[in-house]
Design a protein around this ligand. Sequence first.
Ligand code: ZN
Length: 357
Amino acid sequence: MTIAVVYSDGIREYDFGPGHPFRGDRYATFIRLLHERLTDDDFELVEPRYANDDELLLVHDQLYIDFLEGASKGVWLPSYRFLSPDTPLQPGIARAARLIAGTSLTATEIVWEGKFSRAVSVGGGMHHARKRFGAGFCIYNDVAISVRNLIEKYNLERVLILDTDAHAGDGTCELFYQDPRVLFIDLHQDPRTLYPGTGFAHDIGAGEGKGFTVNVPLPPGASDAAYEYVMDQIFQPLAEEFQPQMIIRNGGSDPHFADELTNLGLTLEGFRMLGAKVAQVADELCQGRAVDLVGSGYNQRVLPYGWLALMSGLAGLDIELREPFLFSLKKDYQLDETKRVVEQVRQNLKDYWRCFR
Ligand SMILES: [Zn+2]
């Protein structure tokens, strides 16, 4: 099976400048690694389009778009109203953010339309962006934009978002908090120990959407075995009961044990396991339709390998994964603590899901 890799060189402008942990050279290093390690039969590069205003407005508002694009043309508005200090506006970055949104739109559309059963959006996963506020290196929330687009343009009724980024997806969570059409399952490092400090197990959605937000706060150091337990005890049974029409997984390499901004414990094999579980459940429930949005990662040496490991699991690519760092890790580190968290999550949600009773 050929997986689509949706990518344009234009996103190298998504760059917060020297000294910032998020630079624009990350994307090209991944594409170079794909060409080194894979054959033309394994993947197909697909050129994305830019998101238009109507698509951005599915999630954001006009004032926010005008600020981002007006400011790049020299019109002054106070930036603290729209962006957190960790997400400074740079020349060209609003245009690149629009391209990232278009990349995820393209990836989800080609899969829904049946041109590919799997796709990777290179640069996607900007899950901290809110309706009128950019933060955590995220400007336009491409995850939410592409899901809303599937709902509005293609009339999907059930979309599953699996957020495996190390940080809680606070923007995505807020945007779908009351929406039962979107099951949002978020695995992240315990919010008491990491930005953005949200995503507790008792946050389960509100109104019509109560029960459709599933936060799994993982203890620092959570190993491959801990993640696998969560995938088997939370992701798979919930997906089977929800019956999604498509699965969208977002998150890059930042849960890796050597990441420089986080404290989780995944290895490359753990990333591959996540991709493979998504693929297996998508095959079982929704004709294989699954899309990966990959953008994060704060260890430059790990980043392209982490993304490749996720993709190799999703696409079933039989390639050797070699850790760029040698480190002795306890294979089931934090499994017991993770079991306690999972039990709590299941208890909190048992009124909404038969599989947790
Ligand atoms: Zn992250």
